[in-house]
Ligand binder design. Structure first.
Ligand code: NAD
Length: 500
């Protein structure tokens, strides 16, 4: 199929062809944007153009908002929790059916290794959709509060109404679904803006929302740039809530827009610089494998990546040599740097901008810093950065304090637990942290002392869709996933009941 609003995308690997929509998705139809502007999207592993799709502007956001409001005030606010559960259940089945197609799109668009990364992302979303499809009546209950013999109060949890969602490019389909499924389970209608770099999988999924039976206007998708579509959503006077995932800098702008417009409720999932602390009594091989996964999976483009690793002095040299050996053995770009080769565990970073940013950082490290990596051959096209360890890095330096968002981690030493916890907490971020030890008391002490929204004990970056996720400090406001993934899309109404 090929027209202005659809194209066919196929990989040369025997995987299914994808009939890819290219328009904005409003009222359950794909449409061109008001001004007809298009955006080219590229495969970061080859730099080849994949296709171009329509991107919106403020006028398109206005159209989507009218559609979402009509759907909310009309059919959607009258839909029962049970009906919403059934629609989500059907959606989960369709995602499962089309898993390979969605994974293929994220593989090409975001440069994810197909087998070791893209498929795994979609497996999580099948699980997440099943989880949320049972949540509409479970996580939406209010309380009854006794006041006196002549009075009680009760609360009702209600959806906000029209919610805007803005998501980044590192897990294109997954980040979108973390928000959409919870917002719909809670009974809101949704307008979502994917990252302009990775809009294909969500546009494809629009077909699945329609096929599952979600009524027109319940989910509208407006691809576009941050400073047009993103700002228009954040400033809109008829959007009741915004949930954003992305950088801390843009998170701050979203808050500002809310303050300047209608004080819409804001949830922010922002950046991180997560610390892993490895104590001398840890199972070192497990620590090495876990932190390598925590920094190299998805080419280090993880908000919870353990980009700072603190190792107790007594085991530091052994840790470094085990880590180097493990990288050589496990973290591979695959035959011919092909994302579809079965031995590919690492892909490129997302874009030229990210590639240039990271390579500049690595070229300009202070002279005392050791850069440990195997450089990529010059003949390789694509934005590949090798797994990289930096040692002898000053705690106060940008390398240790700023998010790099690539496969680069600083490894540093400490002597005592007190020193380790001080170093780990020395960050403006507080998204996650990891501790490796065989002593349960040390693990519990670390979990108590660290200022972070998630703590992994003897593991790193293991996600569970049924537990809350979010950040302390400048890593965000609010929580997603689990019960919180629905609750964050609900507001509380209190009713006073006199008994006369
Ligand atoms: P980004 O902040 O540049 O962009 C995120 C989204 O916001 C994109 O859709 C973008 O188009 C949009 N945007 C950009 N400028 C905007 C503006 N002025 N107004 C409204 N929207 C705007 O982030 P990114 O580069 O896409 O993603 C990487 C960042 O995301 C990293 O900092 C990473 O840590 C963070 N992240 C956080 C989590 C989490 O759950 N905490 C998860 C994934 C990624």
């Amino acid at each position: 199929m090929s027209s202005d609003l659809y194209t066919t995308i196929e990989a040369t690997t025997g995987l299914p062809k994808v009939e890819q929509p290219l328009g904005l998705f409003i009222d359950n139809e794909f449409v061109s944007s008001t001004q007809g502007e298009k955006y080219d999207t590229f495969n970061p592993s080859t730099m080849a153009k994949i296709t171009s799709f329509y991107i919106g502007n403020e006028e398109d956001v206005n159209k989507a908002t009218v559609s979402s409001r009509k759907a909310f005030d009309g059919i959607w606010s009258k839909t029962s929790p049970r009906e919403r559960n059934a629609l989500l259940r059907k959606l989960g089945e369709l995602i499962k059916r089309d898993k390979e197609k969605i994974a293929l799109l994220d593989c090409l668009d975001a440069g994810k290794p197909y087998y070791s990364n893209a498929l795994i992302d979609i497996d999580q979303i099948i699980e997440l959709t099943e989880f949320f499809s049972g949540s509409s009546e479970k996580f939406t209950m209010g309380d009854t509060i006794p006041i006196s013999t002549n009075k009680y109060c009760y609360t009702i949890k209600e959806p906000f109404g029209v919610v805007a969602l803005i998501v980044p490019w590192n897990y294109p389909f997954a980040m979108a679904c973390w928000k959409i499924q919870g917002a719909l389970a809670a009974g809101n209608t949704v307008i979502i803006k994917p990252s302009e770099l990775t809009s294909l999988s969500l546009l494809y999924a629009a077909k699945l929302f329609k096929e599952a039976g979600f009524p027109p206007g319940v989910i509208n998708i407006i691809p576009g740039k941050g400073d047009t579509v993103g700002t228009a959503l954040a400033m809109h006077m008829d959007i009741d809530k915004i949930s954003f995932t992305g950088s801390t800098k843009v998170g701050g702008l979203i808050l500002e827009c809310s303050g300047k417009s209608n004080l819409k409720d804001v949830t922010l999932e922002c950046g991180g610089k997560s610390a892993a602390v490895i104590l001398e009594d840890a199972d070192l091989q497990n620590a090495v494998e876990s932190v390598a996964e925590g920094i190299f999976f998805n080419s280090g483009q993880n908000c919870t990546a353990n980009s700072r690793i603190y190792v107790q002095k007594t085991v530091y040299d052994k840790f470094i040599s085990l880590l180097k050996a493990h990288i050589k053995q496990t973290w591979k770009f695959g035959s011919n740097f092909d994302l579809f080769s079965k031995d590919c565990s690492m892909g490129p970073v997302i874009s030229k901008v990210q590639y240039n940013k990271i390579t500049d950082i690595l070229k300009n490290v202070p002279k005392e810093v050791n850069v440990i990596n195997d450089p990529i051959p010059d003949s390789v096209k694509g934005y590949f950065i090798p797994p990289t360890i930096l040692t002898n890095v000053e705690q106060s330096s940008d390398l240790m304090q700023q998010e790099i968002f690539g496969p680069v981690t600083c490894v540093s030493q400490f002597s005592t637990y007190e020193e380790a916890i001080k170093l780990a907490n020395d960050s403006k971020y507080g998204l996650a942290a990891m501790v490796f030890t065989s002593n349960i008391d040390s693990a519990n002490k670390f979990a108590r002392d660290i200022k972070a929204g998630t703590v992994w004990i003897n593991s790193s970056n293991e996600e569970e869709v049924s537990v809350p996720f979010g950040g302390y400090k400048m890593s965000g406001i609010g929580r997603e996933l689990g019960k919180s993934g629905v609750e964050s899309f609900l507001q509380t109404k209190t009713i006073h009941v006199p008994v006369r």
